[in-house]
Design a binder for this molecule. Sequence first.
Ligand code: ADP
Ligand code: MG
Length: 366
Amino acid sequence: MKVVLENLTKEFPARGKKAAGNVVAVDHVSFEIPDGSLTGLLGPSGCGKSTTLFMLCGLLAPTGGKIFFGEDDVTDLPAENRGVGIVFQNYALYPHLTVRQNILFPLENLKGKDKLSKAEMNRKAEEAAALVQIESLMDRKPSELSGGQQQRVAIARAMVKMPRVLLLDEPLSNLDARLRLQTREEIRRIQRETGITTVFVTHDQEEAMSISDQIVVMKEGVVQQIGRPQDVYDDPVNLFVAKFLGTPPINVFDGRVRGGILYIGEDAVLNVNKVPDGNVTVGIRPEGFVLADDGPLHLTLSRVEVLGRDISVVSTSPHSRNESVRSIISAEAKVDTSKPTVAFKLKPAKVFLFHKETEARIRYGE
Ligand code: ADP
Ligand code: MG
């Protein structure tokens, strides 16, 4: 089921007498979720992800814009008629019910022609449990389960009606690191197996990048960029997106363009044809540095960290906006740590220029 958001907007009334104006939590958001895809809705806390999700499932009414499921305008359709399954951050299982009863719950509320026999309900519950591999836990209470198991039950409960759209709101944030990794693979597997159109909300860029077909990056209620994770990483539209994606994060410098050449301090680091003279913000991905004795960029060497396959050269620069500059290079490279400075060449595809004020991307030819 393809889902389309069209100028979707949600304003909340300001709280308290002193507060000025309404809170625009979601601001004219438009994008398409392709049928059968997994879309990662990504952005920092408070950027409007949950509000967007709650409008998609019908728990919140938009103050503007429309939502389409396929060709149908579902903007005013009640949540229970939308055919969505939703999983919240804090599992929200019924504590007094067993796993089986929790999974059965959405089926027991079906009315009229949708009503199922006991046998059918049990079969569906067992299918959903098998999908998330919790068949052996059916008679336990939620308090007898680990966090990861509880989250699987919540997913089974959301899947039991075979929803047209599956919505997941930060489903992994209460799990420990290892389980988070495992469960996100699990969610990807379930999504692939069932082909259910899925929206996965997270503030964790790595999580979204690793399992999404497309990511939608939001900031302050506004969509910044939409695309395949790799494409957005390789070609960010602005400084915010460039900084939000990638670990270690992109290195940001104050730079200056003179006569088609980019300078960082006194170092002429790159040809940037067609960029007008002036001050710019420069973003360099950690993997964009190449150790080279005759390289144009000189940084003050702090230390070298061994990461196994790679090493991280940590350095400083008076022109860096970050306390330290991190470059990731192959462990075979030898860094002369007896010297106070380290010299780099730059990979042009890994160097982004941004407008100093608007922070929009400035494209350049080599
Ligand atoms: P996210 O899920 O990305 O962390 P939310 O969608 O929960 O963000 O919130 C977006 C913005 O809307 C925040 O500024 C939040 O404080 C505000 N907000 C969310 N729900 C309400 C509400 N019921 N009343 C007023 N403001 C709200
Ligand atoms: Mg949220």
